[in-house]
Each structure stands twice: as C-alpha cells, then as structure tokens.
Design a protein around this ligand. Sequence first.
Ligand code: FAD
Length: 463
Amino acid sequence: MDNTTDFVTGDIWTMLPATTRGQWNGVGGMDHSGGNGAGPGAETGTEYDVLIIGARVAGASLALLLGQQGHRVLLVDRDTFPSDTLSTHYVGGPGIAALQHLGVLADLEAVGFRRLVRNRTWVEDCLFEAPAGPADAYGLAPRRDALDSLLIRHARERGGVAFQARTHAEGLCEADGRVVGAYLRGADGARRLVRARVVVGADGKYSKVAEWVKAERYEAVPAMRPAYYGYFHGFTPLPEPALEILFVRNQIGFVFPMRPDEDCLALEFQPEDFEAFRVDPLATFLERFGRLPGMAARLAGARLEGKLLGTRGIENRFHKPYGPGWALAGDAGYLKDPATGTGIGDALTQAFPLAAALDAALRGGDWETNLAAYQRTRDAALLPMYRFTLDATQLRDAPPESLAWLRAATMSPHVCRQVMYWLPSVLATGLPPHLAPMVRTLAGYLGAPADVVPPVVMPPARA
Ligand SMILES: Cc1cc2nc3c(=O)[nH]c(=O)nc-3n(C[C@H](O)[C@H](O)[C@H](O)COP(=O)(O)OP(=O)(O)OC[C@H]3O[C@@H](n4cnc5c(N)ncnc54)[C@H](O)[C@@H]3O)c2cc1C
C-alpha cells in the first residue's frame, strides 16, 4: 500500500487564496532526557498519537479531522473558552467551504451571523461593488468566541478529542533526535510531561513551538502596518450586508457586519501615525473613520463595546512546517499582514492536507515524504496570496494622476458600462505580471474561461 498522500482534491478552496536540539532552561525549550525521570515535570506514559498546542481555528480544525480519522488527540490551550483573540473576522469563500467540509457551518450560522453577499470597495471617492463570489457565495464575520468554541465542541463531540483549557505548554521533550512530548502546566498549577507520537504547534503568530524547534524561516518581511479595531452597536447598516473596504488617504477602513446590530470596524494605517494613535486611540479612530466616505452619518448613533484593540503590526513569514516528531499549523507555520483577511480561511483549509499527511505518517507512511509533500502543497496554495498581500500592504494610495483616470473612467455610467465590456482583454494584456495570476484565479472562481477571449468587436458607429 502506498502511504504517501495525494492532496489534489479538485476543490477550489484547497487551491485558492488561495530539530534541532536545544537546552532545557527550566522555563521553555527542549529537554533531551526523553522524560525518563530527569526532566522537570512529572511523567505520564505515551498517551496520545497527536498533542496539539493551541485550540483556535488551526488547532481545533486539525484536531477534529485527526480525531475523525481515529487518532488519539489531546488539544490544549492556555486560554479559557469561549473567548476572543486579537483578530477581526472576515471569512470568505474558501474558509466558508472549509467550515462546510468540517461540518460546523450550519451551527455557526445558527448563532445569527449575517451572510455577507456583496463586496464594496471605495478607492478615495470612487465606489465599486460586486457580488461576494459566484451565485450563492457569501462570507461571514463570526466572532471568534463563537467560531473557536464551536470548532472545539465539534472536535470533542464528533472527533472524540480530549481538550484541556487553561493549560500552558512550557517546553518540548526530545529523545533520539525526535520530539516525543511536551511539558504542560495545567489549570491546577501542576506540570507534567505528556508524551505523543507527534506534537503540533498551532500556537499562533508568536509560536513557542516554532521557536523551540528552531523552525527554518523563509520569505520573511517585517511588520508593515499598524491596525486598530472595535465592536460597535448602532452603526447604520447597508440594505444588503456587505464586506466594506475603503482605501482612503493611505489608510484602509474595514466594515465587518457580524450579527444584526453588531459590526466590527477596523482601520489599518501607516507606521508613522502609530504614536499619534496611541495617545487617544478612540478619539483618533472615530475622527479618522468618520472621514471615510459615508461613515460620519453611519457612525452617528454608534457606541463602542468595551475597548478598541490594536497592534503595531504583524510580521510576515513562512516556517518550515515539520521536523522529526513535530509539525506547525495555522499562523505558527505561516503568517502575514491581516489586510487581505485570509488567515482564518488559510488555517481552516490547510488543516485538511496537514491532517492527511499526519494520518498517512501515523499509519506507517514515511514521515519525511508525507510532510514534505504537505509543505509543497501548502506553499503552492498560499504563496500567491502571500505575495499579493505584501504588495497590497506596501502600496501607498494612488497618485492624483491615476485617480484622475479612475474618476474619468467611472464618472459616466455609460463609459463605465463600455469599460466593463472591454475589461477582459485589457486585464489579459495590460496587468502587471504579479497581479495577472491573482485576477485569473479569481476569474476562474467566478466561471470565466482560462484563456481570456477578447470581447466581440462592436460595429463602428454610423457616419
Ligand atoms: C488585527 C488582526 C486582524 C485580523 N483579521 C483577520 C480577518 O479579518 N480575517 C482573517 O481570516 N484573518 C484575520 N486575522 C488573522 C487571523 O486572526 C489568524 O490568521 C488566525 O487567528 C490564526 O489562527 P491560529 O489558530 O493559527 O492562531 P490563533 O488564533 O492565534 O490561536 C493560537 C492559540 O494558541 C494558544 N497558545 C499560544 N501559546 C500557547 C502555549 N504555550 N500553550 C498553550 N496554548 C498556547 C493561544 O492561547 C491561542 O488560543 C487577523 C489578525 C490580526 C492580528
């Protein structure tokens, strides 16, 4: 039997945007003792096939899949649940499809999140609006306390996964050059060694697991844009719920409609503005958001729930996602600026090929062959969106002369219609090379032919 895994599923969402030894230092790191009494924690036997550290979108979805494949899985997180985490909320087509495949979408929608059926984009004072995808496609902006807890519940109930909250991983245990377990400090304050055939770091953007195993980094780019966001009630909605993105004055404004009368509003801005923002985040946020098109009126009756949340920026990098006895999932393995809103979807979609690779290896397949294939699949699927995101984040606003062209092309509805008519051939030949593949992928998603057919030439106007 061939135990390697072929990850080609044909599903659009799987394709879209698509140990070294350390020293145990008593706080975190690598213990070489193999847990044979010399390590700094009480030992229990080899209890699990897979220990997953981090129980949000990456960890819980992987746990659910591995549990359903019959593996003994322990999922731990230092947080209590339900709880929020630093993140806004957009989940687009591929993420929605992944939630459907995971069997949690219906329960998530039952919580009452509005379907986002349209995408609305402002570039300065020009407005563009389109459907969220092919017919019936939609996005959601689920609150993380609901989404993450639901994934954990399904992992426990449908995957038979053991789950421990308020459990902090403090270090890894290694034997014969392989990770064989982790030291966990539980809610009772006691530390113990849990042994597993594989330890997965799904522990997010500051992954300690990646640090402990010294995972190789590549394609790394420092953080670029700070961001603040908050939850508002009383914000005037659009007639049809839409993801709204506003590129205005070197800032990006976002509206993520959640449940009725619950909207997440966010602003990404430039690093040089960060200190000014920190002096009075709420006043600065309201003042800047209110200057975005149409927003002053829509904000008039709005009130903030709790505090604004912010970050100086998110770094961008890939980690090699595996090594002897360990693997990385979600942000721990692949991290980028949130401007394009795909981190949640990426974590969910990548759980499938990673679970398939781990399943094959746990059933006797070659570890290196299966996990190397996973890395290739992951990188092929995610690199185009990664580079697109870096470009999009670095881009300053369009210069006045470009805006003049944009306004001219969209100012007259009749010119606008004709521009749309000619657009396919213009896009096919006129786009810069790094943008063309992204547009082609999205066009394919919407049903356009692979080769762009120039529009039929219109008859010349009669003299
Ligand atoms: C400001 C901001 C806005 C964003 N907006 C969007 C968006 O609109 N759409 C989108 O798709 N993505 C967005 N993202 C990205 C998205 O949040 C992440 O890609 C996603 O949360 C990654 O999920 P994860 O499960 O890998 O990690 P996380 O959600 O970070 O979960 C990691 C978990 O690991 C646990 N953990 C960490 N260390 C330990 C330890 N030592 N022991 C035990 N547990 C541990 C943590 O408690 C945490 O619960 C945004 C991110 C930011 C910062």
